[in-house]
Structures are given as C-alpha cells and as structure tokens.
Design a protein. Sequence first.
Length: 146
Amino acid sequence: MSVIEKKVFIELHTIIDDDGQMEYNTIKSTGIYYQKGNIDVLRFEETSEDNAPVKNFITIQPDKVNIKRNGHIVMNQQFRMRQTTENVFRHPYGTMHMETTTNKITYQPLTEQDNGSLVMSYNVKINGQEERQHKLTLTYNEEDVR
C-alpha cells in the first residue's frame, strides 16, 4: 500500500458557543498531509498565545477523528459520531478533564480537483462544568510547487 505525502496550507477555524457568548479562533499554517489506505493525517505546528510552539497531529478515519497536540499544551482528543469520549488537557496553568460528545463529522479528502476539508460539531464539558458547543472547520490545499 503506497503512502501519499504532500506539503499543504492549512486553515483551522474554531467557534465556541458558551451560552450565547461566542469565541472565535483561526490558525493558518503550512504542514504535511499523508494518506495511507483509508487513513489521512495532517501534521502542522502553531504558536500558542504565549508564543510557544504546539505540534498538531490530526488523524482522520472513516469512523473517527483524533487530534493530538504536544508542546506548550498537551491533548489527545478523540471524536466518534454520537459518542462521548474523555481526555485530559494539560497547559501551563493546570490540567482539565474534558468530555467530548461528537454530533457531526463531514470530511472531504484532498484530491486533484478539490481542497480537503473537515467540519465537526461537538459539545465539550470541562471539569464537569456546563457544556459548550464547538464547531471546527479545517481546510487544506496542496502548496504551490512552482
């Protein structure tokens, strides 16, 4: 089974709805896209609010998505349709327990004709507090190789 590897531009938008109070975040980066069989992987680095590097590793499979982050913050968050998953989010200010319930996953792999895109909506409960609604939209396209 062959592995496809491409340099890509990545744009990641997240919206958090905390009982009507909206929080918006955008990350733009370059990274690497891998495809092997029915598994797609995106790897890229971002800079945190404290100007510290955070490595992101997103694995996309037909029935689940996994987002692993290492560096200034550490997290391994799993998304499975209509299931609740748990993980621990570690950052310099402490550790938080997260429960994630995934409502929707829509994925379009990168092709010669189309950009890749991943759209997910999910609810997160942090340390047993009120649930907050999240929407993640990730788009990526092959870096121009001229």
